[in-house]
Design a protein around this ligand. Structure first.
Ligand SMILES: Cc1ncc(COP(=O)(O)O)c(C=O)c1O
Length: 443
């Protein structure tokens, strides 16, 4: 549903408030009595093109409705991919020490470098991009990968063409729409005009058929993928880099879940020779270190990556970062540095192993009853297939019958229809209980 379809402004400028303030959506359902004052400012047409709600707020809304109907239900949230386990002490203590220092003359720090603290940039380069030729000054520390997706959209502007995996993390498409790159949403297909959707499902080993994929300027690619949990193989990534090179495209590679890879799949696009000439990588401490609330990420923009006129992309990204971002919190960066210390890194590996054991338990629950289930080996997400069924219906049925919140695959694009995503972030006893309920539901 689109607000734009229903909301031609019926109030006049300087309308008088007659009733107490109501939310936009409730005023929408009773538009004739809408309160407020219409300015003469038109709504951004690109925002009008967006679906009514971003996926996760919509899920929260349905969850609240369920809880209103069933106030005593014991709800298990395996929907939104938020981490649940405490951040290891060694990391929080480094942040505490930094915070204490801020109250001292010697330890006080104000603004830092917009690109991030050099010690952290070096640690990221050395620990996570070893032998890939990535230098510290090609790393830009951020307040999270999602924020960097938007900054990259600002960098690229509205006039580039774009391809995304289908299904994919919704931010790539939504931010493309917001910067004005997309046409209208086609109701029938669920796809925006002017965006190329690269289908990735079990039938193509979750990798797009590049022989039929049209050239675009930008290719968003996420591995391990949210939501399917698939980590692209070295061979697949070599094909992707060759495809980008042949077409003169830029890959925006999201490696937010790289730390969850347990097999030989590359953890970075820069493991692939030649990738520095065609790729930017965005990544995050969110899922790697439980920093979803602390907020810390980074982007790698190699110096070799040039626009068609030969100008280095890194110079423009630096400009964007300096203009639109004033650097990540120095407290979060102190924590980030501790994450990359030998002991900090080991402590984080233990937490990741815990989540991956959870993933095993959930995968077993689905597969023991013969369901087709993917993911869960290189990512904390399980992608369960319900052939022929609508994913929102499966979501609702699971919520109703098991009190488990999942995510309907459709929320990740038309290619997610018939699937649900189950997150393995959670405390063990809750995961075991969820697995018991899933088995009962599937039986
Ligand atoms: C693929 C992917 N990229 C980026 C993000 C956002 O990460 P951050 O918390 O660093 O903004 C998420 C969050 O769920 C994600 O799944």
């Amino acid at each position: 549903m689109y607000y734009s379809q229903h909301l031609s402004c019926i109030c006049m400028p300087h309308a008088v408030l007659l009733q107490p303030k109501r939310s936009w959506s409730s005023s929408h359902s009773n538009a004739g009595k809408r309160l407020g004052h219409c300015t003469q400012v038109p709504r951004n047409v690109n925002l009008e093109k967006l679906r009514s709600g971003y996926l996760f707020p919509e899920i929260s809304k349905r969850e609240s409705e369920h809880m209103q109907k069933n106030p005593h239900a014991s709800l298990l949230r395996l929907g939104i991919g938020d981490t649940t386990e405490p951040i290891p002490d060694i990391i929080t203590l480094a942040m505490v020490e930094h915070v204490r220092g801020l109250s001292t003359i010697l330890g006080y720090r104000g603004y830092g470098a917009e690109q991030g603290n050099m010690a952290l940039r070096k640690a990221i380069a050395e620990k996570l991009y070893q032998d890939m030729g990535i230098k510290a000054d090609e790393i830009f520390v951020s307040d999270g990968a999602q924020c960097d997706i938007s900054r990259l959209q600002m960098l690229l502007g509205p006039n580039v063409t774009v391809a995304v995996q289908d299904p994919s993390f919704p931010a790539y498409i939504d931010s493309s729409v917001i910067v004005g790159r997309a046409g209208e949403l086609e109701e029938e297909t669920g796809k925006y005009e002017n965006i190329i959707y690269m289908n990735c499902g079990p039938e193509n080993n979750f990798f797009p058929d590049l022989s039929t994929t049209p050239r675009t300027d930008i290719i968003f690619f996420c591995s391990p993928n949210n939501p399917t949990g698939h980590a692209a193989s070295r061979q697949q990534l070599k094909q992707l880099v060759a495809f980008a090179k042949a077409n003169g495209s830029i890959i925006i590679y999201d490696s937010a879940y790289a730390a969850y890879i347990t097999d030989e799949s590359p953890k970075s696009i820069f493991e692939i020779p030649g990738a520095k000439e065609v790729a930017i990588e965005i990544s995050s401490f969110s899922k790697f270190a439980g920093f979803t609330g602390v907020r810390l990420g980074w982007s790698v923009v190699p110096k070799e990556l040039l626009y068609s006129n030969g100008f280095p992309v890194i110079k423009d990204f630096n400009r964007i970062v300096c203009t639109c971002f004033n650097g990540a919190s120095n407290i979060a960066q102190a924590g980030g540095l501790a994450c990359l210390s030998t002991d900090g890194y080991q402590a984080l590996r233990n937490v990741i192993d815990y989540y991956m054991e959870n993933a095993n338990i959930i995968v077993d629950a689905f597969s023991s009853l013969g369901s087709n289930v993917y993911g869960g080996t290189n990512a904390p997400y399980i992608w369960a297939h319900f052939p022929g069924l609508s994913s929102w219906n499966v979501f609702s049925e699971i919520l109703e019958k098991t009190n488990i919140v999942t995510v309907p695959g459709r929320g990740f694009g038309p290619g997610g229809e018939q699937y649900i995503r189950v997150s393995s972030f959670g405390q063990r006893e809750r995961i075991i209980e969820a697995s018991r309920r899933i088995k009962k539901f599937l039986r």
